[in-house]
Write a protein that binds this ligand. Structure first.
Ligand code: IPE
Length: 275
């Protein structure tokens, strides 16, 4: 069986995060090119993408990350009047974003299959329930795709938000032959010592382990999932299992490609413990 790489395309990278349901096709196309590089280097790819403006804005408005809550908390808008309708709408928007990615993969002659989390996952966080064997059993050269989604949860929650960061953690650790996990992120080169608006070139943390503090930016007014802090924590857990973990700027496709094939590049290598 060929080696595999698990790649997360951040939602903030592939969409305009503040503008409802707006995609950045040029970035997606350049990222698709990095998958071709992986295949050319005998690596299979498991692709997980985020939500960006196809998920966070409406999920935040309807507090879908909190599960089912008292309907009196909400005022109907032109699109939905209940949390249940919002669940359906966000799932539909995520299918739209995913279909754009699948379209770009097909355009590049890459065969891919998608497993939408709302069809196979129950629960949120890294201990979600769901069968990962389809990802393990994919034929050589077929890209298995999944993404952050609204998933069913047990009562009393009924539903919740599963982050792509939790999916990549489980996939990297549990699917056999995964050599690397690469986070392609938007707006930053990796983990910075201070928030991006104050950071200079030298503030990139090139090797990060959980004992290193950083002031990560998390736009909690927009995001319903964890931002860079969640990626860092999940990444360390994956690294603890002997898998290489890199965070790189997805605006530089060469860095994404290099990180995937194991060539040193600008970004943050996440380790469990600095020796
Ligand atoms: C969030 O998934 C899913 C929804 C809001 C529906 P992610 O946590 O993987 O998304 P990004 O990368 O932050 O956009």
């Amino acid at each position: 069986m060929r080696d595999k790489v698990v790649v997360k395309w951040g939602g903030g990278l592939i969409t305009e995060k503040n503008q409802l349901c707006t995609v950045d096709r040029d970035i997606i196309r350049s990222l698709v090119g990095t998958i071709i590089t992986c295949h050319g280097n005998d690596l299979d790819v498991i692709l997980v993408h985020g939500a960006g403006s196809f998920g966070h804005l409406r999920a935040k408005q309807w507090r879908l990350n909190e599960g089912k809550i008292d309907p009196s908390n909400f005022i109907a808008d032109d699109f939905c009047s209940t949390q249940e309708q919002a669940v359906k709408l966000v799932r539909k928007d995520m299918l739209t974003l995913n279909s754009i990615i699948m379209e770009e993969l097909t355009r590049a002659d890459i065969s891919a299959a998608v497993l939408s989390p709302h069809k196979w996952v129950n629960g949120t966080g890294e201990s979600f329930q769901g069968d990962l064997t389809f990802f393990a059993g994919a034929p050589e050269g077929i890209v298995m795709v999944t993404y952050g989604d609204v998933v069913d949860c047990d009562e009393p929650l009924q539903f919740g938000i599963l982050s792509g960061d939790d999916l990549v953690t489980r996939l990297a650790i549990e699917v056999p032959n995964v050599k690397r996990l690469v986070f392609a992120i938007g707006g930053v080169d990796g983990i910075l010592r201070c928030p991006p608006d104050r950071a200079s070139e030298d503030d990139l943390i090139e090797i990060w382990s959980p004992d290193i503090e950083f002031e990560g930016e998390h736009k909690s007014d927009i995001d319903v999932t964890g931002g860079i802090g969640l990626k860092a924590a999940r990444g360390a857990k994956v690294a603890q299992n002997g898998i290489e973990v890199m965070m790189v700027s997805g605006q530089h496709p060469q860095r994404v490609a290099d990180a995937c094939i194991g060539v040193a590049t600008r970004g943050t290598k996440v380790v469990y413990n600095v020796k």
